[in-house]
Write a protein that binds this ligand. Structure first.
Ligand SMILES: [Zn+2]
Ligand SMILES: [Zn+2]
Length: 141
């Protein structure tokens, strides 16, 4: 159907353009700029179709409902902000972690999630309060 194809294309474009994994609610909010009549049920239905087609993949973090990102992404990791709960991509990788596994074990893959505050949340919006966030650690170059 013409209409459903257009919706699916719009949703996929939103997910591709986001540059970070989006929850269905975030997909809905971004896609409504393009397709105002969109409902959350339609978003869920199209997410399932895009997953089945292998065009997007699910990002499941413990204690969170899944988020979705473009399946074209290469190996990467994620950062979850403990304040706004948004998930961001981390394009650095510590590399070979097989030395962490017990002797005789073979590591096939790894997933890594950093937790902390995103740049929006790390910068206090008000002058009140003296809480000072520790400086972020930089990845070794
Ligand atoms: Zn945040
Ligand atoms: Zn990695």
């Amino acid at each position: 159907m013409e209409r459903s194809t257009r919706q699916r294309t719009a949703l996929r474009a939103v997910i591709d353009a986001a540059g970070r994994p989006l929850s269905p609610q975030e997909v809905l909010e971004a896609a409504q700029l393009e397709v105002p009549a969109l409902s959350l049920a339609t978003v869920y239905r199209n997410i399932k179709a895009l997953l089945d087609a292998g065009e997007i993949s699910a990002v499941s973090l413990p204690g969170n409902s899944p988020r979705y990102e473009s399946a074209r992404h290469e190996h990467h990791h994620h950062f979850q902000c403990t304040q706004c709960m948004r998930v961001f991509d981390v394009h650095a990788c510590p590399g070979d972690l097989s030395g962490l596994a017990p002797a005789g074990f073979q590591v096939e893959r790894h997933e890594l999630t950093l937790y902390g505050r995103c740049s929006d949340c790390a910068t206090p919006k008000k002058a009140s309060g003296k809480s000072k966030a520790p400086a972020g650690r930089r990845a070794p170059t």
